[in-house]
Design a protein around this ligand. Structure first.
Ligand SMILES: C[S@@+](CC[C@H](N)C(=O)[O-])C[C@H]1O[C@@H](n2cnc3c(N)ncnc32)[C@H](O)[C@@H]1O
Length: 272
């Protein structure tokens, strides 16, 4: 997906984005503990590629954490703004390219904390985004948190296990299905970020088969855009069969909620 396709994709999905994505409670509670009492309107956490600001808004409303969110996509940010206003949340929003932040955030620099949720794979040049981030952070004590998938994570999701071609077509992560840990560490390091820790999360969810099919049709992962409409319908039919085989309860009961888990990894970095 090139920059234009990406912009069009997020413009198209912006209105339904939050309905098709689950916001993971465990990462919110974890980061809530890390950031608690360490932010203020003058010293917010920088959330990069914030989209509809799901995570900053959850952290702001649960823990009172102050955020500034940056994203290039006006449609995603319009949703974020509406939600922030409704929640009266401590969220400032800036439209811009995360690769070229210089100047834009000077009033708030240097940041003690930066976050990026579910978006690192949209940056094909990892050293460049690492460089852009490290230049925003406090040189000694700044911390950056990437919530993403590494190694075998994608293959272990419900999509990786049952959706035909999902792992093969998901090539956003340095041409792989999830970031190979050693290569990600090397490329972050080339951009000036040293990995300090890999924190594993296993996110539990439950959905009916219809809800899962709806997520695919809404292209809730951009990977589903890598299928033509006909390929996607064929893949959906195979996926339904496989799910009904693996979860026989879903065969006769459309309200049956299929339990599944998704591995995620928080990559914690400091400027080198
Ligand atoms: C999968 S969404 C994740 C949004 C949000 N972090 C979340 O977890 O809901 C990826 C986001 O990255 C943004 N994005 C991708 N490349 C970007 C760039 N170079 N600069 C700013 N935003 C970018 C997209 O516009 C999109 O909103």
């Amino acid at each position: 997906m090139d920059a234009n396709q990406r912009k069009l994709h997020f413009h198209r999905v912006a209105r339904v984005y939050d309905c098709t994505r689950d916001t993971d409670r465990s990462i919110i509670n974890y980061l809530g503990g890390v950031f608690s009492k360490k932010t203020s309107p003058q010293h917010p956490v920088l959330d990069l590629a914030t989209g509809t600001a799901r995570y900053p808004l959850a952290l702001a409303s649960t823990f009172g954490i102050h955020f500034i969110g940056v994203d290039e996509n006006a449609s995603m940010l319009a949703v974020a703004r509406r939600k922030a206003k409704k929640l009266k949340a401590a969220l400032a929003i800036v439209q811009g390219d995360c690769l070229f932040l210089d100047g834009t955030l000077d009033a708030y620099r240097p940041f003690s904390f930066a976050t990026m949720f579910n978006a690192l794979h949209h940056f094909s040049n990892i050293p460049s985004i690492a460089y852009a981030i490290q230049s925003q952070l406090r040189p000694e004590s700044g911390r950056c948190y990437f919530y993403t998938r590494v190694d075998n994570d994608n293959a272990e999701t419900i999509w990786g296990k049952y959706f035909p071609g999902f792992v093969e077509r998901e090539k956003h992560y340095l041409e792989e299905s999830s970031f190979p840990r050693s290569r990600l560490m090397l490329e972050l390091c080339q951009g000036g970020l040293a990995v300090q820790e890999w924190v594993r999360f296993v996110v539990l969810a439950e959905h009916t088969l219809d809800e899962l099919l709806e997520k695919v049709r809404a292209r809730h992962f951009s990977t589903f855009c890598a299928y033509t409409p006909d390929e996607l319908e064929d893949a959906l039919a195979v996926f339904s069969d496989r799910i009904q085989h693996a979860f026989p309860e879903a065969r006769n009961d459309p309200s049956y909620r299929i339990p599944y888990s998704s591995p995620m990894t928080l990559v914690v970095c400091t400027p080198r």
